[in-house]
Design a binder for this molecule. Structure first.
Ligand code: AMP
Length: 408
């Protein structure tokens, strides 16, 4: 086990663990405002052919290491490699804690928490709510605890930001017993929305109390209605399948389709899962790719149709969320597609012209922060999201609070 030097600036390791890959970044700094991202990287091919890659803040490659076939190190060994590697690359800083992105906090976790055995047991009970993600989040926490037991770990939840929603936004119209069991709308991408809620008043102070729809459009996509920086409604629900179409997920689909597929075509739960998580969305409609760049560059009619279907549903949901919160003072685009696709932003804005949305083509092409025309009744912004920074910031807060409590 590595022996990290305990001098200099504090460093925070941020981990986003998936089924076969683990993305990480390192932030350094003594206070939330001066946290600086210094390293980011990933361990890919976990379970098959692992590869460790890391870059510094200027995107210079710091490490690129693959394991020979047959070696197949487990998660704990790979995390031990990461910790040892960090020991030589933190330049005098001290790793003081790790923060994890955890997809589901259920009804219990309304805010980030310091991981304890009791919290881990609580997270285990949430696996049925997010079977494709939660087990990998938990596995990374357990593996890191195994290789570095004294390192404080913080769990930050994608669902937590939406706990502020009113009852009617969180509830399906189903028998109350099922709602009480936890079959309700949770919402996701909460760390991204929380970051935007924190950035928006800096970008446009006059909107601090406004009705804002944030469009987080990435390979997973959702929209959030925010009032005064708090989530009041969102398009994702019980799982990350609901809402607008995504790279490989369909978004909202009539549940009757699933009954039809089960009854008439013999689909089981695994078949439905494969269809809904991996074969639908932009990939399913275009038959070409799940990546918006490929679709925009294609001359195939099916690619253009997929982009149109995506923009149609995003615009529809902006209007639905404006209706849900009773107003629309701004629209924000964020995440991979939202930040980078001039075409998607332009098409969505065109479809919202009736609401007083007008985007300036030059500002849109230039990816300006404010892309609406001066006449636009509703201002439109591009704000790059930074979920990792949000996790680092929560981790710093919690670890500082614990040290203060100990000192008191
Ligand atoms: P995210 O999940 O937020 O990392 O977003 C990833 C997705 O963003 C990719 O799958 C692409 O579809 C999309 N994307 C990234 N860059 C561009 C671009 N320049 N134009 C259109 N889409 C993009």
């Amino acid at each position: 086990m590595s022996n990290l030097s305990h001098t200099g600036q504090a460093a925070y390791l941020v981990i986003n663990a998936g089924s076969s890959s683990l993305k990480f970044s390192v932030f350094q700094g003594g206070a939330k405002a001066d946290l600086e991202a210094v390293i980011n990287g990933q361990i890919s091919g976990i379970g098959t052919a692992p590869r460790f890659q890391a870059k510094d803040a200027s995107r210079h490659v710091l490490a690129d290491h693959g394991w020979a076939e047959g070696e197949n190190p487990d998660r704990a060994t790979l995390l031990s490699h990461l910790i040892d590697w960090l020991d030589g690359h933190l330049k005098g800083a001290t790793l003081v804690a790790a923060g994890h992105r955890v997809v589901h906090g259920g009804t219990r976790f309304a805010a980030p928490v310091l991981v304890t055995p009791e919290v881990l047991a609580g997270l285990e009970t949430l696996i049925p709510l997010a079977p494709l993600h939660e087990p990998h989040n938990i596995a990374a926490i357990r593996a890191l605890a195994e290789v570095y037991p004294s390192l404080p770990q913080v769990a930050c939840f994608d669902t937590a930001f939406h706990q502020s929603q009113p009852w009617q936004s969180q509830t399906f119209a189903i028998p109350r017993e099922l709602t009480a069991e936890g079959v309700r709308r949770y919402g996701f991408h909460g760390l991204s929305y929380e970051y935007i809620a924190h950035r928006l008043p800096q970008v446009a102070p006059e909107l601090a109390d406004g009705h804002v729809v944030v469009c987080h459009l990435g390979s997973g996509a959702s929209l959030c209605a925010m009032r005064g920086g708090h989530s009041v409604d969102t398009t994702m629900g019980f799982t990350a399948l609901d809402g607008v179409p995504m790279g490989t997920r369909p978004g909202t689909i009539d549940p009757g389709v699933l009954i039809y597929l089960m009854r008439e075509k013999g689909y089981g739960a695994d078949d439905l899962e494969k269809l809904l998580y991996h074969k639908s969305g932009m990939l399913g409609v275009s038959g070409i790719s799940n990546d918006m760049r490929d679709l925009e560059n294609s001359d195939q009619p099916a690619a253009a149709e997929a982009v149109e279907l995506f923009c149609h549903n995003v615009a529809k949901q902006v209007a639905a969320l404006a209706g849900s919160m009773g107003g629309l003072d701004a629209v924000v685009f964020t995440a991979g597609v939202g930040e980078n696709s001039t075409l998607v932003r332009a098409r969505v804005a065109e479809k919202l012209a009736w609401l007083g949305v007008a985007v300036d083509p030059a500002a849109n092409r230039a990816k300006a922060t404010r892309i609406s025309t001066t006449e636009s009744r509703v201002p439109v912004f591009i704000i790059p999201t930074d979920e990792e920074r949000m996790i680092a910031s929560h981790t710093l807060n919690l670890v500082s609070a614990v040290s203060l409590n100990r000192a008191a």
